[in-house]
Design a protein around this ligand. Sequence first.
Ligand code: GUN
Length: 296
Amino acid sequence: MSAQLISGRDIAATIREEVKERVTALNEATGRVPGLATVLVGEDPASQLYVGMKNKAAKAAGIHSEQITLPVDTPEDELLGVVQGLNANPDIHGILVQLPLPGHIDEHKVLLAVDPAKDVDGFHPVNVGKLSTGATDVLAPCTPWGVVQMLLRTGNDPRGKHVVVVGRSNIVGRPMASLLLRRGAGGDATVTVAHSRTPDLGAVTRLADILIVAVGRPGTVTADMVRPGAVVIDVGTNRVDAPDTERGYRVVGDVDFDAVKDVASWITPVPGGVGPMTIAMLLSNTVDAFEHLVGN
Ligand code: GUN
């Protein structure tokens, strides 16, 4: 059997088109457009690339977008001041502080400073708490929220399914489990969360109707760890050396794609799978935040 591909690229393009239409309609109704501010501290090349892509995508959807770039040695107080300025700025409805932050800055303090109503990353403890207590009127973290959209839009509704999530990060694993446990659309799943300390990981992953892997280690899931016919979502994005390529590296997921595609019913590729969904959901969250703050 060869699995059907879940193209995050295609689904993300559809969502970005939907966002653009919502922005146009909101502009006609209110005379305003949603605004997104991204804050980048330092010059990490991967973060620069991601933030650049987020701003470009926002502009393409008609969202007003501002990028604030600060030097790597920016004092914590100064960054907190920038966040407070954005909280008070009526043209900004979504604020994203790119992680990771330099070591001298307390990440928790910064996430806590973002107005929860503008927290389009869904990382503020108020939003984390709301999501984990089942709220549906909450800004949810973009990557797991994107995974839910991929499942729903390919007819793989998680309702009543056993979903195994491998990984317990704050950005993906934990909010993924919270989303799948919620009542209603995109939720109602039976959820197991496994992680690096789970003994005999394969015994757990083989129980999954839907297997979501987000650990950041290539080759974590091999074909023998997947129940035939399962849906496999690979959230991993790992650079591995590839001296034969121009760039010198390849991007691979956490799943052994070539072998698992012959066991699964549906599978996401890497790249072109979950990755593009994160930005699409960021734009969608920004429009949700605008609607909530401005009214629609
Ligand atoms: N760094 C890696 N992923 C993310 C994300 O989703 N949001 C932010 N703010 N930083 C990240």
